[in-house]
Design a protein around this ligand. Sequence first.
Ligand SMILES: Cc1cc2nc3c(=O)[nH]c(=O)nc-3n(C[C@H](O)[C@H](O)[C@H](O)COP(=O)(O)OP(=O)(O)OC[C@H]3O[C@@H](n4cnc5c(N)ncnc54)[C@H](O)[C@@H]3O)c2cc1C
Length: 412
Amino acid sequence: MRSAIVLGSGMVGVATALHLRRRSWSVALVDRKPPGQETSYGNAVIIQSEALRPYPMPRDWRSLQRIATGRTNDVRYRMATLHHHLGPLLSYWWHSAPGRHDRISAAYAEIISRAAREHEDLIGEAGAGALVRREGFRVLYREQSAFDAEVAAAEALHAVHGVKFSVLTAHELKQAEPGLIDAGLGGLHWLEPWTVSDPGGLVAAYAKLFERSGGTIVHGDAATLTERNGVWSVTARDGRIDAEAVVVALGPWSPNALRKFGYRIPMVRKRGYHRHYAGGSTLRLPLRDVASGYVIAPMKNGLRIITGAELAMPDEKPTPVQLARAEQAARQIIDLGRPVEAEPWFGTRPCMPDMLPVLGPASRHKRLWMHFGHGHQGFTLGPVTGRLLAELMSGETPSVDVSAYRADRFEG
Ligand SMILES: Cc1cc2nc3c(=O)[nH]c(=O)nc-3n(C[C@H](O)[C@H](O)[C@H](O)COP(=O)(O)OP(=O)(O)OC[C@H]3O[C@@H](n4cnc5c(N)ncnc54)[C@H](O)[C@@H]3O)c2cc1C
């Protein structure tokens, strides 16, 4: 039987492990935490079938000026640590040019359009249907120009991909969400995305399914990974694990784990914060407040406010300025209640400079596989790219052309 160690039990690692088990691999899933406790826990809970074009870096001077002068809550940076991010950011800028972004979006659409179907398969088998709502999410606008621009973009997606949405007046938005005090100029309802009341719980349900299918979950540190005579090993709490193949699915920690093997992988690290609030009103569906750059989502433990992007390395101390601004803005539209946690959560969107995940064999080590960099939509994409990687590892023809995602594209 073929054997693999999968490092990382977020959405990406768990889905990879499941798809390998389905192909009869012997699989040990290794993490220093229980499944789904990091980025895959803290996100904005949306399985984003509408996100057919990945987020480009803004290139117009007005947006750049707003970021540079701190006049938007979407993006934040710290001057003292900006130099850590410059290389990946320049590459992100280059790939975000309209023609390149169109080509990248065509590759991205291939996987996003399959994502919900792949989740459906796992949700059914895992018996996790109660965690998922299939009613889309809404967006609230305060500026007519932003409203018009996003409706035009939605119409273009509808024309090309058949994506479904409806435009809501302020009155209609308020009727749909009676908890809102203020519905701005109205909004947009993306009708097809799914949302999850407990994203970490969904990953945990997939991980239980993996165990039921004969897989093993092991507590261990990816830093102990070694290779000797074609055998990959990690030291886990209960002893050493050996396998013929290893998959690095460590989300934002992946580039660091690969450095000791000589791979220098650039990553744009976009931190986000969240906090839950209880005791006030609630919402029926997640809502994105465009003018103030946050999402607010009904969860099992209250309303979760999720912020935009802060350029920060994983070990930098938290500076939840965007969360404070988002909370202030959210209190204008809904009775938020009190914070549930003493401190906000934070985590990193693992974004590649070309906005596409990394999926494939390492160039200089046999049976070392890379699988990370799913950026803003890794919760959505884990099951579909998990299947693709398992197909590749098993010598099958992948169900999607994976050349755009190959792991060696950042070398040289
Ligand atoms: C604020 C925010 C909002 C988001 N909103 C959405 C959304 O609405 N929809 C969407 O699709 N995506 C969203 N994303 C993106 C998505 O959450 C991520 O792309 C996805 O969770 C990445 O999954 P992963 O499995 O690659 O990483 P992770 O979930 O972070 O998993 C990596 C695992 O590696 C483990 N690990 C790390 N280092 C070690 C080590 N040394 N030894 C052992 N284990 C280790 C960690 O414990 C962790 O379990 C959001 C992200 C953020 C931050």
